[in-house]
Design a protein around this ligand. Sequence first.
Ligand code: FE2
Length: 469
Amino acid sequence: MRFVELDELKVGMIPAEDIYDEGNKVMLLDSSKALDEHYIEGLRKNNIQGIYIEDALSKGLVIHDAINRVQRKRTVNALKNMDFDATRNEAKGIVSGIVKHGTISMDMKDMRDFDNYTFFHSVNVAVLATVIGKGYGLNSTDLLRLCESGLFHDLGKTKVDKNILNKPGRLTKEEFAEIKKHTEFSYEILKERKDIIEDVRLGALYHHENYDGTGYPHGLAGEKIPLFARILRVADVYDSLMSKRPYKEPFPSNETIEYLMGGSGTLFDPKVVISFVKAVPVFPLGQTVRLSDGREGFVCENNHQSVLRPKIKLFDGSILDLAAPKNLSLGIKVTGTEQPDMAEEFARRALWSTDEKKTVMICDKKEDYTSIMSDFEVEFATDIKVLVKDMMKNGIPDLLILHMDEDITNLPIALQLHKAFPNLKLVFSFDRFERSMLLKLTDTRAVDYLIKPYNDINLRERIQKAIER
Ligand SMILES: [Fe+2]
């Protein structure tokens, strides 16, 4: 079986599972019948954003979900009704599934309308946190507590005004202050339950603390933030970036990973980010994808060393290894996900044009940066030694982008640069990213990591953000 997004579903495809509506009453899809217009419309009306299908191409591909649709709905309802016993019971099922199969469901966008967003989000965070926790080496007792903490972490949002929670556009200071209270509300709600242990409550209380101490509610830093909260922080941000909200489109999966890596050491505990990269498949098995050259297929095997470069089974039946050197220039996109809206993009650019152009020094291939030439004062350096001399004489640029090859040959120089110019903002670029590289790069304090091939709009925004950090 493979997963196909709603917009890519075609009449005649065979569903791999029966699907019911939210109340579990009306059967929307019968796996013994092929899709027709009526079925597809039913899925759309019920906010189901994609389904597993069976076809000859994906025959033999078995996907173990950590949580299936029925379980997910049951958990959401238990949370919604504040039925603690039922919710904790569901946590047991989630943890045993993950311990057994070690995978997570990819179908994480299932049926989230805005009213129920918090509950669906909480279930995803719990699943992700448990997978990360497993990668971190936690035992099953701790995994169960962590999963409970994930399920309950945002309960406090039920006490925050819905209009503020779902407000599209920018929040005022007062509105943001209101939203921030949800962590303490969660703690208070959980405190009333004597059977829930303090670790579970603290995970909820501190899930918005940043590793560098800039989070809330108490501004805790580093290991002072309880481990559950450090794990929930990563799971929470990941799921938020991946979801569609009134004010944003979902981020493509590979860019979400780059975001997590960029926040390693500032927003997130680097050890937790590493566990995440190790354990969470960026492109889950069976996900239908489109390559930058237009070819389509689905993920048939994950590469655990190079998480952004899985093997793809193309629709012509051939298998393409994206980690092979000749395929490194191919971009990968989950089908059915939208690119950022151009109007928003123009608004953003207009905003920047009022500022003086920032200088970006780039030690990398010129042709990869043509899209940002008009937005920044860009200078290229071919030799890193010449560049260092230049900085000694003329001062540092607003940002330096330094290319890292597979052997991270530029690592010593990056460390020296950091020592010599503590205020220098450094971004690393990669043709190919290996998990093992991240471990070696944590001391260099890069503000972001860019993995090629770039998405032009995203590149501009990422560089702007890196400068502002
Ligand atoms: Fe939260």
